[in-house]
Ligand binder design. Structure first.
Ligand SMILES: *Cc1c(COP(=O)(O)O)cnc(C)c1O
Length: 353
């Protein structure tokens, strides 16, 4: 399969086969092995697969203080024939290296990311659930390693890939509050990069929304809080007057989601008109008052398609009957069937392991 043979140290105390695959929780359980590579003296070295385990960092490690850290989220699936496929990992590699450049980190060579991921998954095949909506979550990440408190790019880094079995995520429809004060991303900032700080900064506003009975916030633009951008850690799509509208990525404040991109293609193939543009809260509320706003949903790797049952702007509350949704369930089903190998993969989105 691969040009590069990555050395493997087997885990002598694996959790499998005794691990109970019926009790998997997203982000809590990890497989028996991980991939690690070090960046030193301007090059990547020591690429290896070894037992999943904690590792040491110096208390002055740059990542801990200044947040030079990026990640990706990808999924692998086992279909009914027992084949293992990864959904569009090439797109995650491109985004990972875009994030790396923005955070002044070294890019990762394709072979370490792709072959490393495939060799690791191949070793952990038994960890991939084959229940509906279950998958193997793949988390590549890179952290700065210099033990140094000066603010400058680190000279040393670690790249790692860890894997975790994942059941259905965010299965319940979400209640969303439109954010009118706090900001996720600003033009010229790092919103388009998947770097750690973006997520740490979102926790407080989300907790405020939760204290008001919501699950997440719908982020709006940083300047006027007028245009919608993303829902939580997902891209967002609106169905207004039969058309699908999703916020434009051109200002760099909306993450360029792989699920977003795939959904736009699929929805257009289904015959829907899809617009990528700026969409104001005013336009949304206005469409709701006219009865034209019929659906809103989140799209992202972790939750795939997430239904939204309530969207509120201050006192103005918009409710959606989950049973009467059309677009979101059709999209969700299409993505599911594609990954399960039941629909022809005409765009070559699935990579076999
Ligand atoms: C990862 C992420 C998404 C979704 O991107 P996918 O490639 O579809 O997983 C959307 N928004 C934010 C902020 C994200 O971090």
């Amino acid at each position: 399969m691969s040009k590069h043979s990555i050395p493997v140290t087997k885990n002598l105390h694996p959790q499998l086969p005794s691990f109970n695959m019926d009790e998997i929780a997203f982000g809590k359980n990890f497989t028996d092995h991980m991939l690690v590579a070090d960046y030193e003296n301007g090059e990547w070295k020591n690429v290896e697969i070894k037992p999943y385990a904690p590792f040491q960092v110096d208390p002055s490690c740059a990542t801990l203080h200044y947040g030079q850290t990026i990640f990706e989220g990808i999924k692998a699936f086992k279909n009914d024939k027992g084949e293992v496929v990864i959904f569009r990992p090439d797109q995650n590699l491109i985004r990972f290296n875009t994030s790396a450049e923005r955070m002044q980190m070294p890019t990762i060579p394709e072979w370490i990311f792709m072959e490393g991921m495939k060799q690791l998954i191949d070793l952990e095949r038994a960890w991939i659930p084959n229940k509906p909506d279950s998958s193997l979550y793949i988390r590549p990440f890179m952290i700065a390693m210099d033990p140094f408190l000066g603010v400058r790019p680190s000279n040393t880094y670690k790249f790692m890939i860890i894997l975790g079995p994942s059941g259905a995520y965010h299965a319940a429809p979400m209640k969303i509050l439109i954010e009118q004060h706090y900001t996720r991303a600003t033009p010229g900032g790092v919103g388009f990069a998947k770097n750690g700080g973006n997520y740490g900064g979102s926790l407080f506003p989300v907790s405020l929304a939760q204290s008001k009975g919501y699950d997440q916030v719908l982020w709006t633009d940083a300047i006027e809080h007028k245009y919608v951008e993303e829902v939580g850690m997902m891209n967002v799509m609106f169905v207004i007057d039969g058309k699908i509208i999703t916020p434009s990525i051109e200002k760099g404040t909306v993450l360029k989601g792989v699920t977003r991109n795939s959904s736009i293609t699929i929805l257009r193939e289904m015959g829907y008109e899809v617009e990528e543009r700026f969409l104001s809260v005013e336009e949304i509320v206005d469409a709701h008052k006219k009865g034209l706003f019929t659906e809103v949903f989140g799209v992202g790797t972790a939750a795939v398609v997430s239904y939204i049952s309530r969207l509120a702007h201050g006192e103005y509350v918009m409710d959606f009957d989950i049973d009467s949704l059309k677009v979101a369930p059709a999209l969700k089903n299409h993505l599911h069937e594609l990954r399960m190998g039941n629909i022809v993969d005409k765009h070559g989105w699935l990579q076999h392991v």
